[in-house]
Ligand binder design. Structure first.
Ligand code: AHM
Ligand code: MG
Length: 336
């Protein structure tokens, strides 16, 4: 007989809690809080055309980018939820120049810090195109009971305890890893729960999609230009030419390639000579997910998860996806 039982995100988190005996449920509570905040943000995203939330807020964030109203709403929601969880002692987010620390006794006693891009793909907010939230969780280095320090946030990516994203797309999904594979949950709006829809996600080793903002072509490093030409060449044995797909929301582009097989590239450009994407709250969490799904993530030369961050909003070139394609772009970069 067909089973109609669905596994909710919360059931799944609790089932897996046994794997983290040291965490005594704290990590579960943290992930649960992120899930609740994501549902609130999702509600706002769905109503974006109906309420006075579209458009720019008039503020400029620390990186000189215009903040959208939804950016700020999402930032506040996640900060509020993590503060209330009591398990997180501080956050670094795209919208805040410095780390945000919580000073209640319970929060100061929290074991974890979180790095987050509360609303990724800002340029797509006003035009009804998929956007996302990206998060990365570390155990703090400084002693519990004190305020967290910058060093807690500047840990290498391989120290992540958990990472994931929420995609606000044609349906809303949360995809996360705690270092034991990648699992995806789709929000069922009728019951208000994230339900396990994509267990044990594995990305294809050989992909056929490449995702890059080709408008910046003239500024790309020589190796990347040659890689793009390689993708466009005709060679039936390797399924070339490949397909080009670019949404302009890292979460959405990565999610598609994760499921179908492909590569996402954001190289250095004239405008962003050290790359555009941020190591702490964009590249590291996505790299952790990519590797856990059997893929790779690189800055063109080095493994992302082995890079020692120097600052909170550090940018780097980013290449992630199917093993075959990431290795191929690295080869072209090394040769040119
Ligand atoms: P954001 O965090 O300000 O939205 O910027 C990051 C986004 C990524 O989601 C996306 O892949 C990239 O920037 C798109 O940049 P571009 O418009 O230069 O192609
Ligand atoms: Mg972003």
């Amino acid at each position: 007989m067909k089973s109609y039982h669905v596994t909710t995100l919360n059931e799944f988190i609790i089932e897996r809690q046994a794997d983290f005996a040291y965490a005594k449920g704290e990590l579960s509570r943290l992930l649960y809080s992120i899930g609740v905040a994501a549902k609130i943000v999702n509600k706002k995203v769905n109503k974006a055309g109906l309420v006075d939330i579209l458009g720019a807020s008039g503020e400029i964030n620390v990186q000189g980018e215009e903040q959208k109203k939804l950016d700020i709403f999402a930032d506040k929601q996640f900060i509020g939820a993590l503060k209330a969880s009591g398990e997180c002692c501080g956050l670094a987010t795209e919208e805040n120049d410095e780390i945000v620390t919580f000073d209640t006794d319970m929060s100061k006693d929290g074991k974890y810090i979180v790095c987050m891009d509360p609303l990724d793909g800002s340029s797509n907010i006003d035009v009804n195109v998929s956007i996302g939230t990206i998060f990365s969780i570390y155990r703090r280095i400084t002693p519990r009971g004190t305020k967290p320090e910058k060093e807690d946030f500047l840990q290498i990516g391989s120290k992540q305890i958990a990472a994931g994203y929420v995609i606000y797309g044609s349906s809303t999904m949360m995809v996360y890893t705690t270092g034991r594979g990648v699992n995806g949950f789709t929000l069922d709006p009728s019951i208000g729960e994230f339900c396990l829809s994509n267990p044990e996600i594995k990305t294809p080793k050989y992909g056929t999609i490449y995702s890059i903002n080709e408008g910046n072509y003239v500024d790309f490093p020589e190796g990347v230009k040659k890689f793009i030409k390689y993708c466009q060449e005709i060679e039936p044995e390797t399924n070339r030419p490949y397909t080009s797909r670019y949404i302009g929301s890292l979460v959405a582009d990565f999610h598609r390639n994760l499921l179908k097989g492909g590569i996402y590239l954001y190289p250095s450009t004239a405008k962003d000579p050290i790359g555009k994407l941020r190591l702490l709250y964009e590249c590291n969490p996505i790299a952790f997910l990519a590797e856990q799904a059997g893929g790779l993530a690189s800055d063109g030369v080095n493994r992302i998860l082995k890079m020692k961050p120097e600052s909170l909003h550090q940018r780097i070139p980013f290449y992630t996806g199917s093993v075959d394609l990431v290795q191929k772009v690295e080869e072209f970069i090394a040769k040119n």
